[in-house]
Write a protein that binds this ligand. Structure first.
Ligand code: F6R
Ligand code: ZN
Length: 192
């Protein structure tokens, strides 16, 4: 038996259902609504209006049963709704892995992409069905729905990676994603 095995987790088959954006057997589900994304969008007044106007769900993350512990390889499906706040496309909060480890995002449905920022350099990687975005160690990452339907992707990452949301509050994300005349426009994060 491998010295890395962590009983009681046994080898297991995990199914994913793209329609419902769920994994089975399923673990925790996280739902983030407009109010959970305060501080993320440039136009805070428009976000406040969205919160007052029903505080809709922006995205959800359904995890598998594999735990976020060292040497495990957890997975989750994120579903981001289509929409924008004053033109800035719906996004995830974004985070840095405090234990710098890579991650992959595998496109399942819809259209989107990942803004990445290492504190100096910025990157944008599109994600469509059947494509993988690779997030190298040390790059903060934020996902964006660039389409008109739900954007869904499967994330696979080392269980020890962790999630540092404060890093993004402190450093920003380098870029912001807007939809203008039907076109994706990436703009400087600190645009005025
Ligand atoms: C895990 C990972 C994804 C995100 C998910 C939600 O390391 O990158 O599973 O956690 O897409 O985004 P955040 O965590 O930024 O709210
Ligand atoms: Zn991550």
């Amino acid at each position: 038996m491998s010295q890395y095995r962590t009983p009681p987790l046994e080898p297991v088959q995990i199914s994913f259902d793209i329609e419902s954006g769920s994994l089975s057997p399923t673990g925790p589900t996280l739902v983030r609504r407009a109010a959970d994304l305060q501080g993320c969008f440039k136009n805070e007044r428009s976000l406040a209006e969205l919160i007052a106007n029903g505080n809709p769900e922006i995205y959800r993350v359904v995890s598998s049963v594999v735990p976020e512990t060292s040497r495990e390889l957890p997975q989750s499906i994120t579903t981001i709704r289509p929409g924008s706040v004053a033109g800035e496309l719906f996004m995830t909060k974004g985070h840095q892995h405090p234990d710098p480890q890579g991650e992959i995002y595998f496109g399942l449905a819809g259209e989107g992409g990942v803004i990445m920022f290492d504190g100096i350099n910025t990157s944008w990687v599109e994600v469509q069905v059947g494509k993988i975005a690779y997030i190298p160690p040390g790059w903060a990452h934020r996902s964006i729905n660039t389409g008109t339907k739900d954007y869904k992707f499967l994330a696979v990452y080392p269980g020890s990676a962790g999630h540092d949301y404060q890093w993004v509050v402190n450093h920003g994300m380098g870029l912001r994603a807007y939809l203008e005349q039907g076109e994706l426009k990436l703009k400087d994060f600190n645009l005025t």
